[in-house]
Design a protein around this ligand. Structure first.
Ligand code: NAD
Length: 265
């Protein structure tokens, strides 16, 4: 399987280069960065702390060799541009980029409507299992238990709540058979009034080098259940993304998640 990695000098990009190189039967054939990047022309392997791979960073997707899958962990606008390339060239796409507005997400879905795609807010196997457990817990516990979601990330993260926290919110809402938009509370400050039954509250922390922590809490007066996930190394996302890319080979056009990749249904 031939893979292109966009944003290959980014924090995730470098992890992806390593994960692709280490996977059997997967070959890195192209790596890009945004125009003007200080890393342009550098070898993707060397940037990832390995031996040179003979794949240098380019800002021109159209100049790259043919590939089967493009893996994108960049930024929402860049992701849309990469999706157009994917459609024009008949690739599959792994979308790891988060922080799309609802309009951008719709545009992405429209562009990729005839392509095989795996999009996940979080490619870790553990998180995806947690999402399913949260849905199950929410169904059993109902809104007798106040549900809150907490997430913490490193100081460079620009969007909040994290895509994973929102995915947890959607799983929780699905378990209760409600729409997250109707019950989500994203901020509390000043005189907020008492908590409404059924609300799903979010709280966010940004500090240091935290890779990613997510916790769903179900709180009754007498007991509390917590489903907690802590990522300690970003390579977990890269390995999950490569697993998704391998799974995508041979799938027909469609919009898939890690649930399908991991066979969690
Ligand atoms: P980063 O800023 O370190 O890396 C992003 C890279 O993309 C940068 O090097 C940037 O120059 C590059 N880029 C921007 N525009 C580009 C373009 N047009 N063409 C090519 N490259 C371009 O950020 P990061 O921490 O690696 O995260 C990237 C994205 O992945 C974010 O949206 C983040 O939230 C998401 N992420 C998702 C998961 C997941 O499991 N889904 C895990 C970690 C991070």
């Amino acid at each position: 399987m031939r893979v292109i990695i966009t944003g290959a000098s980014g924090r995730m990009g470098r992890m992806l280069v390593r994960a692709v190189t280490e996977a059997d039967g997967v070959q890195l054939v192209g790596a890009t960065e945004r125009a003007g990047s200080e890393w342009m022309g550098r070898d993707a392997g060397e940037l990832a702390g390995m031996d040179a791979l003979g794949v240098v960073l380019s800002d021109d997707l159209s100049a790259l060799p043919a590939a089967d899958v493009l893996i994108d962990f960049t930024a929402p606008e860049a992701c849309l541009a990469h999706a157009r390339y994917v459609v024009q060239n008949g690739l599959g796409m792994i979308v790891g980029t988060t922080g799309h507005t609802p309009e951008q997400l719709q545009e992405l879905r429209d562009i990729l409507s005839a392509s095989p795609v795996v999009m996940a807010a979080n490619f870790s196997v553990g998180v995806n299992l947690a999402l399913q457990l949260i849905e199950q817990a929410a169904g059993v516990l109902g809104d007798d238990y106040d549900a809150e979601i907490f997430e913490a990330h490193h100081k460079h993260k620009v969007d909040a709540p994290s895509g994973t926290a929102l995915a947890m919110g959607r799983s929780l809402a699905a378990g209760r058979d409600v729409d997250l938009d109707d019950v989500a509370v994203y901020a509390r400050e000043g005189i907020t009034g008492a908590r409404k039954a059924g609300d799903i509250g979010f709280s966010v922390m940004r500090a240091g080098a935290i890779v990613g922590e997510h916790k769903a809490m179900f709180v009754a007066d007498e007991e509390r259940i917590e489903i907690n996930h802590v990522a300690t190394d970003r390579s977990v996302f890269a390995r999950g993304a490569v697993r998704a890319a391998r799974w995508l080979q041979g799938q027909s056009a469609g919009w898939y998640g890690m649930r399908e990749v991991l066979g969690l249904d």
